[in-house]
Every structure is written in structure tokens, then in C-alpha cells.
Design a protein around this ligand. Structure first.
Ligand code: ZN
Length: 432
């Protein structure tokens, strides 16, 4: 099922031609209407009219969150405020908020892109969609809301929080589709179990989850507890909001709405493109947005692009789930390593617990990494041979995935410290 088959299943050649034309007009517009870009292009000696191929965009300067903050609140808008019909902003917990705007046309495109991801999950006009994302300056609630209305679904704009009330509405309003963060979906499921609610009696069929990184393991848990099809979607307010990319029913990577965005994956250190399929930082250029276009926006989100075509028939390229932030990156023996990479491998291996710690030390001039992994009791005690096999297996998987050798130590359940809130997974002794 497609929302816009002509666009979602376009040939690569046609898509790239469309991208180039839209990029050209975007560059012209930002150079004309946004002093920040005009100045930046001038400093880098870029002629915005001179782009004749997509890969020339590598010469364009990056845009960062700091650039957005420096131009607070409206400095990067490319249209006068009278043409802006909606304003959103990200929370300013670590400094000034970043403010983004939308024209009528931007809102229409946004709703269409969200309609694509809802349709790709299977949601349609007969569905009842409970949106438990926050409504307000955050893009989550309104973003999904307009898309769900666009497909003709019945929308329940309950917003976030108040778990008991969410559960009552899930039951009474016969909600078929739940929209929230994956961790909130699990909280709802666990609370319903505590309340002895028969989850099988609910009308729930689909869940669209986003707003935070989650693992395949977590998806399995949500699917099992709620008995639903659970898909991942991705977006950020600086680029648009939810709907930048979303999974189809294959649940194997998120189709990026490439007729509206050009995606690149770069090494966050060298800023050069990574090899195809390698993990790196996602960079987006918007090519249809009118009010708030961004050129080569560095998201700090880490993912990889998947090259293989998807069996659903969509030709829009897929990205892997986001596995973390560049802020968490470690450089070990010159190789970029992300704790989430290690976590996702451990989740995958039977007999290990999701508790681990990564210890980085320096022996002489060499970095040495030891991964402490908690294992289930039955393996830790009295099964030396099984323990050794498991250790070798983990070592091999980590070496293949990370590209560097690491030591693995198995430890008894509940040995590693537990944390309230964000866990400390990495102990880097090189700097001590
Ligand atoms: Zn697909």
C-alpha cells in the first residue's frame, strides 16, 4: 500500500533529476532571501547558480545547530513572517531554543510525508489513531496529527502523559493505532499488565514509534506485549519534524522521503562522506521547504544507508535505525566506535544480559578495550565450555562489526553498577 506511488516508486534517474532541479531552486532561494547563507556561500566562493550535478553539493558548507541558535529566532527564515502559518521550536535545555517555521505549502508537504509513513505501516481511513506525542512547540504531536487527518483516519489528539487516561481511551475509543515514543509504548503495556487488563481485547493493531533511538530487541518486546505491528519513524524539527523517513511493513530500515530531502552520511571527524553502507552522521538538505530550508544540516544522529532495494517496491532509499549520537562517539585505535553498536550486538546474542560496560585504557601507545558483559546465571556457573564459546562468539561479532579487536570478559548477573536515568556505559581511562 502506497500513499503516493508515483513518488515513492520513482526510478532512480527521475528522482535524481527531480532532486537536482529542486536543489537548484532551493540554493537560489536561500542565497536570495537568507543573509546567513548568502554570506556563507560568498565566503566559500560558491556560486549558487552554478550547480549542474548532485555530487557538487559536497562543496557546500554545513549548517549546524549552533548556526540555528545564532540566528534565533527568525534569522534563517526564507520567507516573510506573513507567509508563515506555523512556528515550532525545540526545547532549549542546553541553550537557546531553535525556532523553525512553515508556510501553507510546507504544512501540506509535511502532512503528505506523514501520510506516506502511516500508509506504509498499514494505517488507513478506517483507523482510530491515538497520538500520545506532546502537542505544542515540539513537532511530534502536530506532525503526526496532520498526516493522520490527511489519510482520513479518526484522530485522538490526547497528547503525552497521564498514563491511566491513555489506557482508558485505548479501551473505550477502540484505538487501532498508537503513536508515541517506544519507551512510552512499553510503559503503557507494562501498566496495563499491572492493571490486569486483557490486552488481547483491545482494538490495537499498529504502533508508529519514534522520537528516540530504540533497538530491535525493544521492538520485539513491544510486539509481544501489545500484539501489534510496530514501525520506526524518523524526523527532527530542524529538518521538518516526524516523517522525514519511516519504515514499511518489511520493518527493515526507514524509507527516506528523498523527493523532499537529500541525505548524506559523513564521518563526523573528517566530514568526508563515509563508504557506502558505513555508519556515520546523517546530513540533510531540504529541497522543497519554503519557510525554513536547511543546507547540509548536521543532525548528529548516527545511521547507515542501506543499498539493497526493498521488497515493498518503494525505490526511496532506506536508512538503518538511528543507533546513537555523534556525542557518544569514541575513537579507538583511530577507528570511530559507538557504544550503541556494541549494545545492539549484545542484544542479539543469546545468553547475555543487556548490561555491559566498555573500558578503554592505554597500554603504552596502544588503546586497549575491554567489554564487560553480564551473562545469565545458567551460563556463568558450572559451564566453562559454554562460557568460553560465548566469549569467543562475542569477540568475533564485535571485531567484525567494529573493525577492531577487543577483549571480552563475562561477569555474573547484577555485577555491574545500575544507574537511574542515563547509564554510564563507557569508562575511558585514557584521559585520567
Ligand atoms: Zn520497503
Amino acid at each position: 500500500m502506497y500513499w503516493d506511488k508515483a513518488k515513492e516508486c520513482m526510478s532512480r534517474e527521475d528522482l535524481e533529476q527531480l532532486q537536482l532541479e529542486r536543489l537548484q531552486s532551493t540554493l537560489y532561494r536561500v542565497a536570495t532571501h537568507v543573509p546567513f547563507y548568502r554570506k556563507k556561500f560568498k565566503e566559500s566562493g560558491i556560486n549558487p547558480d552554478g550547480f549542474s550535478a548532485l555530487d557538487e553539493m559536497r562543496s557546500l558548507p554545513f549548517t549546524t545547530k549552533d548556526d540555528l541558535r545564532d540566528n534565533y529566532p527568525y534569522g534563517l527564515f526564507a520567507v516573510p513572517l506573513r507567509d508563515v502559518v506555523r512556528v515550532h521550536a525545540s526545547s532549549g535545555t542546553t541553550g537557546m531554543a531553535t525556532v523553525v517555521g512553515y508556510t501553507k505549502n510546507d504544512i501540506k508537504n509535511w502532512a503528505d510525508m506523514v501520510a506516506r509513513i502511516l500508509t506504509a505501516t498499514g494505517v488507513g481511513a478506517d483507523d482510530v489513531v491515538q497520538i500520545a506525542f506532546g502537542y505544542g512547540l515540539f513537532t511530534g504531536g502536530f506532525g503526526l496529527h496532520y498526516g493522520a487527518e490527511r489519510i482520513g483516519a479518526s484522530v485522538i489528539p490526547i497528547s503525552s502523559g497521564n498514563t491511566k487516561r491513555q489506557i482508558q481511551i485505548l479501551q473505550d475509543f477502540k484505538t487501532t493505532t498508537l503513536v508515541c515514543t517506544p519507551s512510552y509504548a512499553l510503559l503503557l503495556a507494562d501498566t496495563m499488565m499491572e492493571m490486569d487488563i486483557n490486552i488481547n481485547a483491545l482494538s490495537l493493531k499498529y504502533g508508529l514509534f519514534g522520537g528516540e533511538p530504540w533497538s530491535e530487541e525493544m521492538r520485539t518486546e513491544i510486539k509481544n506485549k501489545l500484539g501489534i505491528i510496530a514501525t520506526d519513524n524518523y524526523g527532527l524539527s530542524e529538518v521538518m519534524g516526524p516523517g522525514v523517513a519511516g519504515e514499511c511493513r518489511e520493518c527493515n530500515g526507514l524509507h527516506i522521503n528523498e523527493d523532499h530531502f537529500i541525505v548524506e552520511v559523513i564521518d563526523p571527524q573528517s566530514l568526508e562522506p563515509v563508504a557506502p553502507g558505513e555508519l556515520g552522521e546523517l546530513v540533510f538538505t531540504t529541497i522543497t521547504k519554503e519557510a525554513f530550508p536547511v543546507i547540509r544540516y548536521r543532525t548528529r544522529d548516527l545511521a547507515r544507508l542501506l543499498a539493497e532495494p526493498c521488497s515493498c517496491g518503494r525505490t526511496l532509499r532506506r536508512m538503518s535505525r538511528v543507533i546513537g549520537r555523534t556525542d557518544d562517539m569514541l575513537i579507538i585505535k583511530g577507528v570511530n566506535v559507538y557504544p550503541m553498536q556494541i549494545e545492539s550486538i549484545l542484544f542479539d546474542i543469546e545468553g547475555t544480559e543487556p548490561h555491559y560496560q566498555i573500558i578503554v585504557e592505554r597500554e603504552g601507545r596502544m588503546d586497549k578495550v575491554t567489554v564487560l558483559v553480564e551473562v545469565v546465571e545458567s551460563i556463568f556457573f558450572d559451564q566453562m565450555k559454554k562460557q568460553r564459546q560465548l566469549m569467543e562468539h562475542i569477540k568475533k561479532r564485535l571485531a567484525t562489526e567494529l573493525g577492531i579487536g577487543v577483549d571480552v570478559k563475562l561477569v555474573e548477573e547484577k555485577t555491574l553498577e545500575r544507574f537511574e536515568g542515563k547509564a554510564v556505559r563507557v569508562v575511558d581511562r585514557r584521559r585520567l
